[in-house]
Design a protein around this ligand. Structure first.
Ligand code: GLU
Length: 316
């Protein structure tokens, strides 16, 4: 069903997932990390290390026009400065395109994808203003598959999701389930211009890297359903998901990478050292009293997984 080398990778990854905890932090190098991003990194590191697991650092850098030069290095520097050291080499999605393309063609051959000719304009016109991306109404589902260009445009490719509940193990956020056809819809995995979608790359990576615990921001909660469907279609067991609360400013607005004042340099200028920042982040979710100074290692040594989970779940 899968090309042999992919099959081998899938089997190895599944073994890894059964044997050992593995977590990952997956920032996009689109702007300097702010305190909220760094807190998610801290929690991801903590949750993985509390289980004696390996912690991977993966840069989600497929969206090349949005990548900003020099940001990658600031991410590595900021994490290291905080004492959040990752295992193995830094992984970059831009270096794994071949893998995503192999999975995409296999899914296509198995009939799990279909070509879509709907223009963005058409979809924008019919979408209800919910904020979150609208559910695709399935216009192209029944059309005979035709791979070639029509009116000079290649199709995009969508994952065909059967109706029914898509569920996942959610450790922090709202219970993990969405209905496939009414709440998720057939997501695009490859755009007509060849761009590989976030869902595809992320799901392939969780599956093939043997990731067991995904800790990320609550804003990504709804992206989990299609990713889990994809991971399952690869024959892998999905990770557990920990969607952690977002950091908000005093006005209740979530922090944004565009506002550079919310990252480490501003705190460093105010005289904060790493222990001060780790303490600030840990206190913000009630793990330590306000004003505590401690290193990431000290936080690890004084934490336990289940009480930590309960504390964070109360905030998410
Ligand atoms: N790269 C995504 C971001 O920075 C996170 C992806 C994920 O954790 O699944 O928002």
């Amino acid at each position: 069903m899968w090309p042999e080398h992919l099959q081998q990778l899938l089997v190895q990854a599944e073994q890894q997932r059964q044997e050992r905890s593995r977590g990952r932090y997956a920032p996009s190098p689109t702007g300097r990390l702010h305190l909220g991003n760094l807190r998610t990194a801290l929690l991801s590191w903590l949750i993985t290390r509390l289980q004696g697991g390996e912690w991977l650092l993966r840069l989600d850098d497929l969206d090349t026009p949005r990548n900003r030069p020099g940001v990658e290095q600031t991410i590595l520097d900021d994490l290291s400065w905080l004492g959040l050291h990752w295992d193995g080499p830094v992984l970059r999605q831009s270096e794994r395109r071949g893998l995503y393309a192999t999975v995409l063609s296999s899914l296509r051959r198995q009939g799990l994808l279909y070509p879509c000719r709907c223009s963005r304009r058409l979809l924008a016109d019919i979408s209800a203003p919910h904020g979150r991306s609208p559910v695709y109404p399935g216009f192209c589902r029944q059309r005979p598959p035709h791979w070639g260009a029509e009116q000079g445009r290649l199709p995009s490719w969508r994952l065909r999701l059967e109706s029914g509940e898509l569920s996942w193990q959610e450790c922090l956020g709202p219970a993990g389930h969405l209905e496939a056809s009414t709440e998720v819809g057939d997501v695009v995995l490859r755009r007509s211009d060849g761009f590989l979608a976030y869902h595809l790359a992320t799901a392939v990576d969780e599956a093939l890297l043997g990731v067991k615990d995904v800790v990320r921001g609550l804003d990504l909660w709804h992206t989990t359903a299609p990713q889990v469907a994809l991971i399952q279609s690869l024959g892998c067991s999905p990770p557990r998901y920990w969607h952690a609360a977002l950091w908000c400013d005093p006005e209740g607005e979530r922090l944004s990478k565009r506002d550079g004042g919310q990252g480490l340099p501003a705190l460093q200028q105010q005289g904060f050292d790493a222990a001060g920042v780790v303490g600030l982040m840990a206190a913000s979710v009630g793990l330590v009293p306000t004003g505590t100074r401690l290193s990431a290692q000290e936080l690890l040594a004084s934490s336990e997984l289940e009480p930590l989970r309960q504390r964070l779940a109360g905030k998410a």
